[in-house]
Design a protein around this ligand. Structure first.
Ligand SMILES: CC/C=C\CC(=O)SCCNC(=O)CCNC(=O)[C@H](O)C(C)(C)COP(=O)(O)OP(=O)(O)OC[C@H]1O[C@@H](n2cnc3c(N)ncnc32)[C@H](O)[C@@H]1OP(=O)(O)O
Length: 296
């Protein structure tokens, strides 16, 4: 289902998004600051600075469910159409977990049509972020595995909180699955081929010190300074004339984007046939059960 169709479905009677205040701006915060709220995404815009802070709030772990992907997509589209916004900082509404990555329940025990719809939504969000003309920063105020790491890698820079519990990486192989080529390419574009090969094969989750060393993040700062640092770095990116920065960004990312655009349908089919395998379903069920057992 395309984004518009998914939005319509979310707005059907009984849907949890129905009645949400998505896009409704209310005055609050500092002079000129605006807040907009959907169920799972909070936007705090500062038109004077030209920056919006987009906060994930999909408890308990900010997993990227189909609904979360859709709401995030809508929110980013609105910001792209807002002439007062030139930069976005992605962060978690509450410190602790930036995002636990793709929602495993979307990939377990469902039918092929659902897997295809979910994967298309993942592709759409990546394309929207990776091709964004805006300057994007990630204020990583919590642990950041797999799909969470991918979100941060679409940004132009990453600031990570200095807390050894907050690890970051594409850990898919640890689950018994693997990162598709465009996840891999996004990481290669950030830390290079050799470091990516090692990180992906071993499914490494890097501590802040390791992530800084390998170049996965640009700065590690005390936990209470993550957002302020991300905003201050943003002002450097926004000091560059937009057209020059945007043309450069497009040039740097075009080959990677084109690869997915060219193989989009095949990538969906690959994902569906891989994830539908009995052996993969079993591995994911075991992983989910292990996560759940901790709490019961
Ligand atoms: C082809 C590419 C495919 C996939 C790419 C991906 O993104 S796969 C997802 C990979 N993500 C992970 O491996 C992270 C898994 N989660 C964790 O390691 C921990 O949950 C985390 C994030 C460190 C937080 O730990 P914490 O102790 O704070 O929470 P807990 O583990 O108790 O989790 C709370 C409930 O959330 C459920 N949950 C966690 N992660 C996910 C997830 N990714 N998708 C769906 N659900 C998730 C967990 O089962 C708990 O559920 P509950 O029923 O409340 O026990």
């Amino acid at each position: 289902m395309a984004l518009v169709a998914r939005v319509r479905a979310l707005l059907l009677p009984g849907s949890r998004l129905r009645g949400a205040t998505l896009g409704r701006a209310a005055n609050g915060g500092g002079a000129g600051a605006r807040r907009a709220l959907s169920h799972r995404v909070l936007v705090e815009a500062d038109p004077a600075a030209g920056v919006a802070v987009v906060k994930f709030r999909n408890p308990p772990v900010n997993s990227l469910s189909l609904e979360m992907l859709t709401e995030l997509g809508i929110c980013l589209e609105k910001l792209e159409n807002d002439k007062t916004v030139r930069g976005i900082v992605l962060t978690a509404d509450r410190p602790g977990i930036f995002s636990a990555g793709l929602d495993l329940t979307e990939m377990c025990g469902r039918n092929p049509a659902h897997y295809a719809e979910f994967w298309k939504a993942v592709q759409e969000l990546w394309l929207r972020l990776y091709q964004s003309n805006m300057a994007l920063g990630a204020a990583i105020n919590g642990t950041c595995p797999a799909g969470g790491c991918l979100l941060s890698l679409t940004c132009d820079y990453r600031i990570l909180a200095d807390n050894p519990k907050y690890t970051i990486g594409l850990n898919e192989t640890q689950l018994g699955i693997f990162a598709p080529f465009w996840f891999k390419d996004t990481m290669v574009n950030t830390i290079g081929h050799r470091a990516t090969e090692r990180a992906l094969q071993l499914g490494l989750l890097f501590t802040p010190a390791e992530a800084l060393q390998v170049g996965l993040v640009d700065q590690v700062v005390p936990e209470d300074q993550v957002q302020s640092t991300a905003l201050s770095v943003m002002s450097q990116w926004l000091a560059i004339p937009d057209h020059a920065r945007q043309l450069t960004k497009t040039m740097m990312r075009k080959a990677t984007v084109d690869q997915l655009l060219k193989h989009r349908e095949a990538d969906i089919q690959n994902f569906v046939s891989f994830i539908s395998r009995d052996s993969i379903q079993k591995v994911l069920q075991v992983y989910l059960q292990k996560l759940r057992k901790k709490n019961h």
